[in-house]
Design a protein around this ligand. Structure first.
Ligand code: GH3
Ligand code: MG
Ligand code: MG
Length: 332
């Protein structure tokens, strides 16, 4: 097999390599080489292209643009370049939340200690001086990609609720304020929605806590399937309560959508203790507002909670909503 491959004309070899890449492309991490020397960039590419999707930027300006717009897992950065130099680009990457966690390895002929120290202080994870050995470059790149992935995974886990896989309270606290500010800036409707499972204490008492956990996960899954747009957000608020946020929809539209979600949860037909209800259901309360700079998020969260309380008082398994004028919309 290897012999046959070696005997192929080189044009086929290249095709074969591309095919391999396409095949593995889904899981290949992207490395961006930022280097004004085409020769050195090509040399680095040849060291790494078997294992990584390698892209090249010939200026720091282009590198900055690409790091911001492409899904880059590591940057190999030349220090001395005309125009913006590597140190300046590194500083810019470190200043932005989106790019500051991407590992940057400096590659340079500036081998004196001051430069190395300067690069590391600026936030580079490693420093490779020329002339470099290909195996060393590969080993260091592999290590930093591995560390980056561990860190990303840990970050993701710290923001996810383990039982349901949706965002946790911590993620919600950060996300809600960020999106609220966005709605203030763009002057678009912002909806806050609270879900609470009905008579869940009885469910646990009847079927046991592990069965209750499964119900919480099933309800989260159903709600998440309906809240899938980029402008939707769902988090476990705590216990058997969830909070959802949606940006851009009018109160009528989001109210109609939540009625569908409430129905879909009822349609799961999870048997409940018949003394309280046939199936497991949820009550939903919420509010839609176009927030001004003076509006406080906490005030509207409190209104959503009051609407949820109303839904419970009115008999549960229903949606109660406050529209843009704080007038209530009732289900049923
Ligand atoms: P209501 O219709 O008024 O909401 O009644 P409820 O029984 O659901 O309300 P209550 O707040 O009294 O009870 C909530 C229950 O949710 C009590 C608690 O045991 C259960 N619960 C909270 N977190 C979890 C969890 O993680 N797993 C399980 N299985 N149960 C939970
Ligand atoms: Mg509750
Ligand atoms: Mg409840």
């Amino acid at each position: 097999m290897a012999l046959a491959f070696q005997g192929m004309p080189s044009v086929f070899k290249a095709d074969r390599r591309d095919e391999n890449k396409k095949f593995r492309g889904v899981s290949m991490e992207k490395i961006l080489i930022v280097d004004d020397s085409a020769v050195q960039a090509a040399q680095l590419r040849s060291i790494l292209e078997d294992e990584y999707d390698v892209a090249i930027a010939q200026t720091a300006e282009d590198g900055l643009r690409r790091v911001n717009s492409e899904n880059v897992s590591l940057v190999l950065l030349d220090v001395v370049m005309p125009g913006m130099d590597g140190f300046t680009l590194l500083k810019k990457l470190q200043e932005e939340v989106i790019t500051q966690s991407i590992p940057v390895i400096l590659i340079t002929s500036l081998s004196d200690v001051e430069n190395e120290q300067h690069g590391l202080v600026l936030g580079a994870v490693d420093y490779i001086t020329k002339p470099f050995h290909s195996l060393v470059v590969k080993a260091r790149v592999n290590t930093h990609i591995k560390l980056y992935n561990y860190r990303r995974q840990a970050e993701r886990q710290s923001l996810t609720d383990q039982l349901t896989g949706v965002a946790n309270r911590r993620r919600y606290e950060h996300y809600s304020l960020m999106k609220w500010q966005e709605a203030v800036r763009l002057q678009v409707p912002f909806s806050i929605c609270m879900f609470d499972i009905d008579h869940f204490k009885t469910y646990n008492d009847t079927f046991g806590h592990p069965a209750g956990d499964k119900v919480i996960a099933a309800i989260a899954g159903t709600a998440a399937a309906y809240l899938h747009r980029g402008t939707d957000f769902l988090a476990r608020y705590g216990g058997e309560e969830f909070v959802a946020l949606a940006l851009g929809d009018s109160s009528e539209k989001i109210f109609a959508h939540l009625k569908k979600i409430r129905q879909a949860i009822e349609d799961l037909r999870i048997p409940h203790d018949p003394s309280v209800s046939q199936w497991v259901t949820v009550s939903i309360g919420g509010v839609t507002v176009v927030p001004s700079a003076k509006s406080a998020y906490g005030f509207y969260l409190q209104i959503a909670d009051t609407m949820l309380y109303d839904a419970k008082k009115r008999g549960r398994n229903q949606v109660v909503w406050a529209n843009e004028h704080l007038a209530p919309l009732w289900e049923k």
